[in-house]
Design a binder for this molecule. Structure first.
Ligand SMILES: Cc1cc2nc3c(=O)[nH]c(=O)nc-3n(C[C@H](O)[C@H](O)[C@H](O)COP(=O)(O)OP(=O)(O)OC[C@H]3O[C@@H](n4cnc5c(N)ncnc54)[C@H](O)[C@@H]3O)c2cc1C
Length: 263
C-alpha cells in the first residue's frame, strides 16, 4: 500500500460486510500485472481493530464499479506492468472471500516462501545468463592484441563471480526440492532471496563492466539485465526485512508454521 509496503499488517484498506457483499475501500500500489489483469487477489481489513488478525483476502473483478487502475513507469522489469489501484466503495460479492475471514495475514505470509524462492531463482538465472553472455563476448573481443578472456584480472574476477552464482543456484534448487516435497522452508527461501538477489546485482554489474561501453548500450542485453536486477532486493520483501526475518529465526529461535496444510 502507498503508506508502507514492508509493514503488511499495517495496511489500511478495509472491507466492511453489508449483507451479501463487502464494501471495499483503500488503495494498493506497485501491483504486478494489475493493469492488464481481469481479476485480482486483494487483501483488506475486515476487522481493522484486530491488527494482523483482521485481514481477509478477496477475488475482485477489475471491471467492478469503484475500481480504478493506472499504470506506473519504472526503471526496469518492463515486461510486466505495474499498477496503482484504488477502491472506492467497490462492492465485492461475499462469495468472493478467499478462505476464511481474518486469515489473510497468515495466507500472505505462507505464500511468501514460494514468492521469495521464485525471486531467488529468477536472480540466479539472470546472473547465469549474464555470465554466459559475457564469457562469449570476452572470447571474441580483443584489446592490445589479446582476447579479454586471456587477462588474468578478468579471468579471476569471472571465476569468483561464477562461483557465487553457482553456490546460489545449487542452494536454490535445494530449497525448491524442499518446497516441492511439502516442507515449509521459510528460513531457506528467505536466505535464498536475500543472497541471490545481492549476488545477481554484483555479477551483472561486473558483466556489464566486461563489455565496456557496449555494456552500457541498450543494443546489448546487459543494460536491461542491470535495470531488471535492481528490483530483486526490493520486491517480495526488501533485503532489510528479510534480514529481520532471518535474525528472528536464527537468533531468537522463532518458528513459522503454515496457515494451511496440503491435503
Ligand atoms: C516493480 C514492483 C512490483 C511489485 N509488485 C507487487 C505486487 O504484485 N504485490 C504487492 O503486494 N507488492 C508488490 N510490490 C511492492 C513491494 O513488495 C514493496 O515495494 C516492498 O515490499 C517495499 O515496500 P515499500 O516500497 O512501501 O517500502 P517501505 O516499506 O516504505 O520501505 C522503504 C525502505 O525502508 C526499509 N525499511 C522499512 N521498514 C524497515 C525496518 N523495520 N527495518 C529496516 N529497514 C526498513 C525498506 O527495506 C526500504 O529499504 C512491488 C514493488 C515493485 C517495485
Amino acid at each position: 500500500e502507498p503508506f508502507g509496503g514492508s509493514d503488511v499488517a499495517g495496511m489500511r484498506s478495509t472491507a466492511a460486510r453489508h449483507g451479501e457483499t463487502y464494501i471495499l475501500n483503500g488503495s494498493k500500489t506497485f501491483i504486478t500485472n494489475g493493469y492488464y489483469c481481469d481479476y485480482m487477489v486483494v487483501a483488506a481489513k475486515t476487522s481493522p481493530e484486530s491488527g494482523n488478525k483482521g485481514i481477509s483476502m478477496f477475488v475482485v473483478d477489475k471491471n467492478s464499479k469503484g475500481v480504478s487502475v493506472s499504470k506506473l513507469d519504472k526503471l526496469g522489469w518492463r515486461a510486466s506492468d505495474t499498477a496503482e489501484i484504488a477502491f472506492d466503495n467497490c462492492e465485492v460479492p461475499a462469495e468472493n472471500l478467499l478462505g476464511e475471514e481474518g486469515k489473510g495475514f497468515p495466507y500472505i505470509m505462507q505464500h511468501f516462501a514460494l514468492e521469495r524462492l521464485l525471486m531467488a531463482i529468477n536472480a540466479h538465472a539472470r546472473a547465469d545468463f549474464a555470465l554466459e553472455y559475457a564469457k562469449q563476448y570476452m572470447s571474441e573481443r580483443k584489446t592490445f592484441g589479446k582476447h579479454l578472456n586471456e587477462y588474468q584480472a578478468l579471468r579471476h574476477k569471472y571465476a569468483e563471480r561464477y562461483a557465487e552464482m553457482d553456490m546460489c543456484k545449487i542452494y536454490n534448487f535445494n530449497v525448491a526440492y524442499k518446497l516441492n516435497k511439502g516442507d515449509y522452508p521459510v528460513k531457506e527461501a528467505t536466505i535464498a532471496k536475500l543472497t541471490s538477489t545481492k549476488m545477481a546485482d554484483e555479477v551483472i554489474y561486473d558483466c556489464l563492466q566486461w563489455l565496456g561501453g557496449y555494456g552500457y548500450m541498450e543494443e546489448y542485453p546487459m543494460a536491461r539485465l542491470f535495470r531488471d536486477s535492481r528490483l530483486g532486493p526490493i520486491g517480495g520483501g526488501t533485503s532489510e526485512i528479510l534480514r529481520e526475518i532471518i535474525s528472528k529465526m536464527v537468533i531468537d529461535g522463532k518458528v513459522y508454521k503454515p496457515a494451511t496444510q496440503k491435503k
